[in-house]
Design a protein around this ligand. Structure first.
Ligand SMILES: [Zn+2]
Length: 400
């Protein structure tokens, strides 16, 4: 049981405690569970808004809950995996000591030694601007484009294996890995490090020479230019279209969407049988705006609930969020949304067979359109035994 005013349960550094005053009329037993509606398994939004200061109420309502309401546990929030690492603890210590820093991605201020050096390097102005954009996470990587609302699945256009963030594009994708491998006297291990761009540059600055930093920046810039050319080559293809499940199985396609405008997140779910017939579908507007990973996880949770409702026992769940698929399949259930992933694994145990797999965003169109419909209509709906009328291009499987 977590005490509302005494325990550290809020995602708000550095106290992690509620700062709204304790109201006179509140129960003698002010536990967080009292703020959750036991029927809907959602926050009691009216009570939360009445009890807390507006900004704190919105922080609480933006914390996603797990439908199975699992036991409370301590989690490490220093990194996304929820696993304690010395590196993440170092960043937290640093952010306490120097409040201008936040999280593992360095802000502009943390790079000040780098900027002071940068003006004296023998590099082109465009390389300097490129370096600044890398440090500010302002490169138009696929992941950044997706965050800004561009219609892309966010995956690397070269290998299609991971989300394309700056680190993937410049260090971890196949080509950069082999290019950096040729740098024999590199002062740090670039290829196997999990540090971000500015941290790597700072490491080179402290362990290497000015020339090393110049080589690092120019090579990174050339790698980025090279990607623009390479990405016009089609990626290694995986499943290129949606396919119905094998006989006896049901395929559950799910998708989630969040936007930066703060409106509630939304999800779509559609279940097909092995003949490609729609067995059930739903679209749902969630209670608040959650981070996209949480929304994808909530979409899976709702897909499972819908499958239980139509009483199917062999399921294949498909979604386009590779990181969530990998986390659940490898049972890495830490982090801020670990409680949702853990609840999903527990629910999956009730099925006689289940499989969770990734598919490309383009092949997950129906689930995506259902989520978009929840947003545009502002409603939640469920269809059982019939395809939702809004899906005009349902893919019916034609047996040979
Ligand atoms: Zn790649």
């Amino acid at each position: 049981m977590i005490h509302v005013w005494e325990d550290r349960w809020m995602p708000t550094p550095s106290t992690y405690k509620v700062i709204s005053p304790l109201p006179h009329n509140f129960d003698d037993f002010p536990m967080v569970s009292a703020l959750i509606d036991p029927d809907t398994k959602c926050w009691n939004a009216d009570l939360v808004r009445r009890t807390f200061l507006p900004f704190e109420a919105s922080t609480i309502l933006n914390m996603p809950l797990n439908f199975s309401l699992p036991d409370d546990k301590m989690i490490w929030i220093g990194n996304k995996k929820g696993m304690f690492t010395v590196k993440s603890a170092y960043y937290i210590a640093l952010s306490i000591a120097e409040p201008s820093l936040s999280g593992e991605s360095s802000s502009g201020n943390s790079c000040s030694p780098l900027w002071r050096k940068m003006w004296h390097l023998n590099i082109l102005a465009k390389v300097r601007i490129f370096a600044w954009r890398c440090c500010m996470n302002a490169l138009p990587t696929m992941q950044n484009l997706r965050i800004r609302g561009v219609n892309t699945d966010g995956y690397c256009p070269i290998c299609d294996q991971c989300l394309e963030c700056t680190s993937h594009a410049l260090f971890r994708c196949d080509i950069p890995r082999s290019v950096w491998g040729y740098w024999k006297n590199c002062p740090i291990d670039l290829v196997n490090s999990s540090w971000d761009f500015s941290s790597l540059a700072l490491q080179i600055l402290s362990k290497g020479s000015t020339h090393d930093l110049e080589s690092f920046l120019i090579t990174a810039w050339l790698l980025w230019l090279n990607r623009a050319i390479s990405s016009t080559i089609p990626p290694k293809s995986q499943a290129s279209s949606w396919t119905p499940p094998p006989p006896g199985y049901y395929k559950i396609n799910v998708d989630g969407a969040s936007s930066e405008d703060g409106r509630p997140s939304n999800i779509g779910v559609i279940i097909h049988d092995s003949n490609g017939r729609v067995m059930a579908a739903m679209c749902k507007l969630l209670q608040a705006c959650y981070p996209i990973e949480a929304v994808e996880a909530i979409a899976i949770e709702n897909g499972i609930l819908l499958a239980q409702e139509i009483q199917v026992s062999k399921i294949i769940i498909e979604l386009d969020a590779l990181n969530i698929v990998q986390s659940i399949n490898s049972k890495q259930l830490g982090g801020e949304f670990g409680h949702i992933l853990h609840g999903i694994l527990l629910s999956l145990d009730h099925f006689c067979c289940w499989k969770l797999q990734h598919l490309k965003r383009d092949c997950n169109r129906d689930a995506h359109n259902l989520a978009a419909f929840a947003r545009s209509s502002g409603t939640s709906q469920v269809w059982i035994g019939m395809p939702p009328p809004l899906l005009q291009h349902l893919r019916y499987y034609n047996p040979p």
